[in-house]
Design a protein around this ligand. Structure first.
Ligand SMILES: Nc1nc2c(ncn2[C@@H]2O[C@H](COP(=O)(O)OP(=O)(O)O)[C@@H](O)[C@H]2O)c(=O)[nH]1
Ligand SMILES: [Mg+2]
Length: 151
């Protein structure tokens, strides 16, 4: 199986919007309670991060089917991603602060603290609405896609 990008985060954080960039096509933004498998991405539903007893399912999917585990943050709901959760994966891990078009400095400070607590290798700060920071992220995506990871 071709390894995919596992995208984790609250409802409305921008997971489907990010998938659209990785898949290079427009996607239906309908909410789902189940994992959404696509060609290059797996979008995890909010419940698997919100309910800590389901966190293990994310680890299992990440370890078995992902080449990169993506944590997405915004400022609309409480963060439920446990401290150092990224370190439980042996995959590449990144944390993306999305919707930076909406935040002031205090919001950014708070979100950066959460980002640091997750413990991923790389961080990005983007707006999928205005495109700010997205070029840098796209470059990273291209680099990983060029690596061709298969299991
Ligand atoms: N203001 C703002 N809205 C965004 C941004 N990225 C996504 N959205 C909007 O947030 C909503 C939820 O996005 P979606 O990709 O469906 O999130 P998901 O529930 O995590 O899959 C949509 O209406 C998007 O247009 C952003 O950077 N800024
Ligand atoms: Mg979605």
């Amino acid at each position: 199986m071709k390894l995919k990008w596992l995208i984790i985060g609250n409802d409305g954080v921008g997971k489907t919007s990010l998938s659209s960039i990785i898949e290079e096509k427009d996607l239906n933004k309908k909410k789902s309670l189940d994992f959404q498998y696509r060609d290059k991405t797996i979008e995890a539903p909010e419940g698997f991060i919100e309910n800590s007893y389901l966190n293990n399912a994310l680890i299992m999917v990440g370890q078995n089917q992902a080449k990169v585990v993506v944590f997405m943050l915004d400022d609309e709901k409480d963060n439920h991603i446990p401290p150092n959760f990224a370190k439980t994966f042996t995959r590449k891990t990144i944390t993306i602060i999305n919707k930076i078009d909406l935040y002031d400095k205090e919001d950014m400070d708070r979100l950066r603290e959460i980002k640091d607590s997750i413990g991923s290798e790389i961080g990005f700060e983007i707006s999928l609405k205005t495109g700010e920071g997205v070029d840098k992220l796209k470059k990273y995506i291209e680099e990983i896609e060029d690596e061709r990871c298969f299991l």
